[in-house]
Structure formats: C-alpha cells, structure tokens
Design a protein around this ligand. Structure first.
Ligand SMILES: O=C(O)CCC(=O)C(=O)O
Length: 294
C-alpha cells in the first residue's frame, strides 16, 4: 500500500502537476479522512436500500452510472467538495465545470470488469487536455477488489481506435475496448483506500479487473472540465460551474440535485441522457445498457 502523496496545504505542488502531465495520472491523494468516506458510503448504501424497489423511470443502476449529480444530493456533495476541487484546480486551473458524477460499483466475488479504454473516445469533445477524472474510493480499491490499471504516459496518444464488445460483464455502456494490446507489464495498479483519490487524463488508457475480494468496490467518479472545452457534435452539452467562472459559455448550466430523485431532477437527468446518448452512442449497434427502460 503506497503512502498518500504529500500535498501543500491540500494543493498540488508544481512538481506534482508536472508529474500528472508526464504520466497522465496521479495517486494516491488523500482528500478526506476515512470516516468521512465511510459516511459517504453509508449514504450511498442507504440510497440503494431506499430506492431499489421504487418506481423510478429507469433502473436504479442507470442513475448511479450516469449523471448522478442530477438526482442524488450525495453525488453533488462529493463533486463540489472543496478538498477535491483544491486538488483539481492544480491541474485544470481556477475555472472548473463539473461534467458528471458516476458511481462505479463492483460486487464482491463477481466477474465484472472494465475493458482498457480512453474516456474521450465517444464523448464528442476531441482529444483535449481539459477533461480530468477524480476517482474517489468509498471502499478499498486494490488489485483483489478490481482497482483501476493505468498505462503510464498513454494520454500522449491521439484517440485510438476502439471496438464495441457489448460484453454483459463489462461496466462500460458499449463495452468499448481500445484496439491495441496492452501488456500486463505496462499496467500500473491504482490501489487507493477510502478517502483517497486518483486523477486521470481523458486520454489515459485504463481499465479494471474483477472484484475477487469479500467487500464491495465502490467509487464516486467525478469528471471535470475547463471552460474552453466544447461539445463538437450537435447542440451545447451540459455542465455546472463549481469554481471560478465559466469563461467559455460552451455548456448549458442547470441545478444539481437538492433532494433525492425529485421530479425536476429526474426530468433533468432524462434531458441530459437523451442529449448525450446521441453523441456517446452514435454508430453503436445496440443501446446502452444504462438507458433502457426497466
Ligand atoms: O471504476 C472502474 O473500474 C473504471 C472507471 C473508469 O473507467 C473511469 O473512471 O473512467
């Protein structure tokens, strides 16, 4: 287990920022004490218990995996957390937009994996530097529980060809997989523990293996943007300013969740999902497993 990288008063030093741009990722970064992470986990699991059998328009898993900030106050609380933003600011600068919060869960002793891929492949924003993912552990992410693997410096590639597998075991919406062989020796295991996070660039090749541990692997995954990023396909995409100014005006702003699954939140979620699916699922031969009705 690696010791957390020392920061300067909760901020990244210039050399850590340089390391991020060199490697395309940075970890482990401690952003909150383990008991706060445990509270977040508890709130998440309470939500699962309370809403699983409810009559939501889509399966609960669709709301966990896509744009949870529209319907879950917890997602917004984590995505707008000051300690997380203090670190993210080191990479993205003072003006930050929140694009999405997703909860990636792998149940104990299951075979779900995430194939090696680059996030930006189907997001319609081009091969940009202005998208950063903060992956925050709410339970231990270890090689046994299926932590992520990153390929060092792979963000220096363009967007590489990917193929869709639609494998039911794959947690990605198209089961997309980068069409280059990644040798095991080129994978860096991103072990992090509750309250820690990793950062990765939108072009970093990454994936994760199955959870063979006896605990759930739960992560809150937050995507941040700089204001000059823009959706290149169709109308403006959606994002929420979380720090500084939206100097680009390239995104439609909206209200994040104030309460759990409100009518307004559900309708916002639906609007954004329908809009983004036109881009993220373009050319796919099947529907995303996260947007189908129950
Ligand atoms: O949680 C995982 O295993 C993969 C997450 C992922 O692909 C991402 O955060 O971009």
């Amino acid at each position: 287990m690696l010791a957390p990288i020392p920061m300067e008063n909760g901020h990244l030093s210039a050399s850590l920022v340089a390391q991020y741009w060199q490697d395309g990722y940075l970890f482990p970064l401690e952003i909150t004490p383990p008991d706060q992470a445990q509270e977040w986990r508890q709130a998440f699991e309470d939500m699962e218990r309370d809403w699983l059998a409810s009559d939501l328009p889509l399966p609960l898993n669709s709301y966990k995996r896509l744009n949870a900030q529209c319907v879950m106050p917890l997602a917004w609380e984590i995505g707008s957390n000051k300690a997380v933003l203090d670190v993210v600011e080191g990479v993205l600068g003072p003006d930050i937009l929140l694009y999405a919060v997703e909860f990636f869960v792998k149940e104990p002793g299951t075979t779900h994996t995430v194939s090696m891929h680059q996030d930006l492949t189907y997001w319609g924003m081009g091969a940009i530097d202005g998208l950063l993912t903060a992956w925050i552990a709410l339970s231990p992410a270890t090689p046994q529980s299926g932590c992520m693997d990153f390929v060092r410096a792979s963000h220096k590639n363009a967007i590489l060809p990917h193929s869709d597998t639609f494998d039911a075991n794959n947690l990605l919406s198209r089961g997309q997989e980068v069409s280059v062989e990644v040798a095991d020796k080129d994978k860096v295991a991103i072990e992090i523990h509750p309250g820690q996070m990793s950062l990765h660039h939108g072009l970093t090749i990454h994936g994760s293996g199955p959870n063979t541990s006896d605990d759930r692997r739960i992560a809150a995954v937050v995507r941040y943007l700089t204001p000059e990023v823009a959706q290149e396909h169709g109308n403006k995409d959606y994002a929420i300013p979380v720090r500084g100014q939206d100097t680009g005006g390239n995104f439609r702003h909206y209200q994040p969740a104030q309460d759990w699954f409100t009518t307004q939140g559900l309708s916002m979620h639906d609007e954004i999902r329908a809009h983004q699916a036109q881009v993220t699922m373009a050319g796919a031969r099947k529907k995303s497993m996260y947007e189908g009705a129950k």
